[in-house]
Design a protein around this ligand. Structure first.
Ligand code: PRP
Ligand code: MN
Ligand code: MG
Length: 180
C-alpha cells in the first residue's frame, strides 16, 4: 500500500476540491471575454489540471507541455529541455500555466521566458502548492492554492521516483523512504 509511506496528510481531498472550486471561480471571472488557454505541465499537473478545468465556467482550450531538467545532477541547472511543446498557435491568447508545485522556481522561470516568444497576450501562472523556502528564482505567480512546508511532498499528481502520483491527497513522505 502506497499510503503506508505517508508521514502526514497535509491537504485532504475535500480541501483540494474546495480550492479547485475557489480558483476556478476566480479564473472564470478574471478571464471572462478573453481567449484562455490552460497549459498543464506534465506530468505533475495532470490531477490538478483535470479537477481545476471542471470548475472553470468560461470557454477555454487546454494544452500540455512536458519539460525535463538538463543534466543528471541532483540539483536542477535551471535549463530545461522541452520534450513536448504546445500544439496550437497561442498568438493573442491568454496563457495560464497550470502547475502542481513551485520549489526552486527554475522550471517556471524558464518556461515563462520560453513562452514569451509566442506572442501570447499574457502568460500567467496558477500553482496549487508553493514551497517558498526553496525558491532561488523569483517568479510572479498569479494564483496560489496552498503554502507547503519544506518536506518531501507527494500525491495529487506529485511523485517521488515516479510513485505516489495517484494518492488522492497531498502528503509528506516518510524520511526513511527517500533517505535509505
Ligand atoms: C516537479 C514539479 C514542478 C517542478 C518544480 O516536476 O511538478 O514541475 O518539479 O520544481 P522547481 O520549482 O524546482 O523547478 P518534475 O521535474 O519532477 O517532473 P514531473 O512533473 O514529471 O514529476
Ligand atoms: Mn512537474
Ligand atoms: Mg517529479
Amino acid at each position: 500500500m502506497i499510503a503506508n509511506d505517508v508521514k502526514d496528510i497535509l491537504i485532504s481531498r475535500e480541501e483540494l476540491a474546495e480550492k479547485c472550486k475557489e480558483l476556478g471561480a476566480k479564473i472564470s471571472k478574471d478571464y471572462e471575454g478573453k481567449e484562455l488557454v490552460l497549459v498543464g505541465i506534465l506530468k505533475g499537473s495532470v490531477v490538478f489540471m483535470t479537477d481545476l478545468m471542471k470548475e472553470i465556467t468560461i470557454p477555454c482550450n487546454i494544452e500540455f507541455m512536458e519539460v525535463s531538467s538538463y543534466g543528471s545532477g541532483a540539483e536542477s541547472s535551471g535549463v530545461v529541455k522541452i520534450i513536448k511543446d504546445l500544439d496550437e498557435d497561442v498568438t493573442g491568447k491568454h496563457i495560464l500555466i497550470v502547475e502542481d508545485i513551485i520549489d526552486t522556481g527554475l522550471t517556471l522561470s524558464y518556461l515563462v521566458e520560453y513562452l514569451k516568444a509566442r506572442k501570447a497576450a499574457g502568460t500567467d501562472i496558477v500553482c496549487l502548492l508553493n514551497k517558498k523556502e526553496r525558491r532561488v528564482r523569483d517568479i510572479p505567480v498569479t494564483y496560489v492554492g496552498f503554502e507547503v512546508p519544506d518536506e518531501f511532498i507527494i500525491g495529487y499528481g506529485i511523485d517521488y521516483a515516479e510513485k505516489y502520483r495517484n494518492l488522492p491527497y497531498v502528503a509528506s513522505l516518510k524520511d526513511e523512504v527517500y533517505k535509505k
